[in-house]
Design a protein around this ligand. Structure first.
Ligand SMILES: C[S@@+](CC[C@H](N)C(=O)[O-])C[C@H]1O[C@@H](n2cnc3c(N)ncnc32)[C@H](O)[C@@H]1O
Length: 411
């Protein structure tokens, strides 16, 4: 817990291999070094070879598990989380990384010399910002041409980088706007901005390539056979079921905290903000992997998002706002529903470690321990961290949320 609190999310402490951790933004996550430590301290002695994260988010647990050679399974209701996680968990070969870099260089050159087409100045709320259209169009054309020799997985890595690069520029534009340094016209800036964005795209691909290489090297360090590719499911975990032969030895997760975030609303915001970055047609229409709902969704003009973008989130802030009186009971029922899945996913004597923080006046440790007991998950250890400051006058302030780490075994 100290490691989680000291280093936070998403950066890894110096000396710890960053791999793909923190690449591409999601709302909250586990500290990779804390995740690694929990796996070694709490699971390794029990000869764990497989791990499930039922709230996998950006996939920190899955990346860490693979570096230990363990089979990793993840579920998350958010299409954005699954898109990010699938791309963080890609164990690309040297050759794939090389093709990706070469393709990005070509696309950057082409985007830099691209003439703006008629109509390119039109603002379309569902499209990418204007200054990104040259990169987007150059990438689309290149990937559809015979010159591109990579597999569909490489193409997806490139789209992922485009979406990360776009998100980064939007974030820095917003920061500058807050400081009053920019007039902040959406997507404005003409040819210069297009060229700068093409360079940003290339830098993003280069950083991603480095991270993928580090991830591959870390995975090769352990003595045993390499882990199979992580399996990631875009699903409400309460509807998730592992077959008997796929059951896991351990569960490690940081579940949603009560009324702290709105993960699905964040996912919609990011997807809408990047407009038609990722193609929603042709090359991706046949895909049904973990990223397909992110990639294939056309941003609706009327905010009428498909159910997968609006339903199934546990413990959202929105839920508290919409019915504050029912929240606590709903929360407790939801804990039972997902912990039933955890119990059912574990092999006999399997273990589960859960990191959670309090909110909405709920003691989450008590709530989870009570819900878990209904499914024969026994609390074997736990710790709670509460940071407070005491002033000279003796007043005590809470400095941060109270957080818990709870370890269960399946009795
Ligand atoms: C604290 S975050 C997990 C962060 C993750 N452990 C990581 O390190 O990136 C909680 C996650 O739970 C997901 N979530 C919320 N309700 C869910 C549900 N019913 N089924 C599956 N995932 C859900 C959210 O989308 C969010 O990504």
């Amino acid at each position: 817990m100290r490691v989680q609190w000291t280093h936070g999310y998403a950066s890894a402490p110096s000396g710890f291999a960053r791999c793909t951790h923190g690449f591409g933004e999601i709302l909250a996550g586990m500290q990779p070094a804390a995740c690694d430590l929990i796996m070694r301290e709490c699971f390794e002695a029990t000869e764990t070879r497989s791990v499930l994260d039922p709230f996998a988010g950006g996939g920190t647990t899955l990346v860490c598990a693979q570096t230990l050679g363990w089979r990793a399974v993840g579920a998350d209701v958010s299409p954005l989380a699954c898109f990010v996680s699938a791309n963080r968990n890609w164990r690309a070969s040297e050759e794939e990384v090389e093709v990706m870099l070469e393709s990005a260089r070509t696309v950057t050159d082409r985007a830099g010399t691209r003439e703006e087409k008629d109509g390119a100045n039109d603002e379309d709320a569902s499209d990418v910002p204007r200054s990104w259209r040259a990169v987007r169009d150059a990438l689309r054309e290149y990937l559809a041409s015979d010159a591109f020799v990579g597999a569909p997985r490489v193409a997806e890595g490139l789209w992922f980088c485009m979406s990360v690069a776009l998100q980064r520029t939007q974030k820095s534009q917003n920061k500058r706007r807050h400081k009053g340094k920019s007039k902040g016209k959406r997507g404005g800036g003409g040819d210069d901005a297009s060229r700068v964005n093409a360079e940003t795209f290339l830098k993003t691909v280069e950083e991603y390539a480095n991270r993928l290489e580090q991830f591959r090297e870390e995975c090769a360090k352990h003595a045993g056979a390499p882990a199979p590719p992580a399996s990631i499911h875009n699903v409400d975990v309460r509807k998730f079921k592992l077959s008997a032969e796929d059951k896991v030895d351990a569960v490690l997760t940081s579940c949603p905290y009560p009324a702290v975030y709105d993960y699905l609303s964040f996912a919609r915001k990011v997807r809408a903000g990047s407009g038609a970055v990722v193609p929603s047609s042709a090359s991706f229409s046949a895909r049904s992997g973990p990223t397909s709902s992110y990639v294939n969704t056309v941003v609706p003009g009327d905010r009428n998002w498909p159910a997968g973008w609006t339903e199934g989130e546990i413990g959202s802030r929105r839920a508290l706002r919409s019915d504050p009186y029912a929240f606590k009971d709903v929360w407790q029922r939801e804990q039972e529903e997902w912990l039933a899945v955890v119990a059912d996913s574990l092999t006999p004597r399997g273990r589960a470690a859960i990191m959670v923080g309090d909110g909405a006046n709920i003691d989450t440790r008590a709530s989870i321990v009570a819900a878990a007991a209904k499914f024969a998950l026994r609390e074997v250890a736990g710790c709670t961290m509460k940071l407070t400051t005491t002033t000279e006058e003796g007043r005590v302030y809470n400095q941060a949320r109270t957080e818990h780490l709870i370890l269960f075994d399946r009795a």
